[in-house]
Every structure is written in C-alpha cells, then in structure tokens.
Ligand binder design. Structure first.
Ligand SMILES: [Zn+2]
Ligand SMILES: [Zn+2]
Length: 71
C-alpha cells in the first residue's frame, strides 16, 4: 500500500496547489520513493531537491490515484 504525501491532500490526491478535476494523480518521486500530490508538495515536505521521472521513465509505476495522507 502506498501513501500520497502533500499539503491538504484529499481523497482524490488533489492538493492545495492543484485542485482541478483533472489533477487526480499523485507523482512518485524517485529521489525519495514517495508519492506526492505534486512537486510543490514535495518541496514543502522534503529538504532535498526533487528528481522527477524522465519522459521515458514515466509510466503506471509512477502514478497512483488511490490512498492519501498528510505529511
Ligand atoms: Zn524526494
Ligand atoms: Zn501540491
């Protein structure tokens, strides 16, 4: 089971930065192996610089739309 971190993340993995109906996916950050609702949430919760998936790395593994939690 995975947890989505972020600021004010709701049950659709929408955070305080992005809350449009389209933004219902979380992003897995390879730098810390955590799911964050968006990169700004990562910046707010982690001290290190975010590493994002390259285009060819991006896939089902890097996305999640199920569970959520606050950091
Ligand atoms: Zn990280
Ligand atoms: Zn966010």
């Amino acid at each position: 089971m995975s947890t989505v971190h972020g600021l004010d993340v709701n049950d659709k993995t929408q955070c305080k930065h992005y809350s449009s109906p389209k933004d219902v996916i979380a992003i897995k950050h390879p730098c810390c192996k955590k799911f964050y609702a968006c990169i700004k949430c990562h910046e707010a919760c982690e001290a290190h610089e975010a590493r994002v998936w390259r285009r060819d790395e991006r896939g089902a593994e890097g996305r999640l739309a199920t569970e959520q939690a606050k950091c």
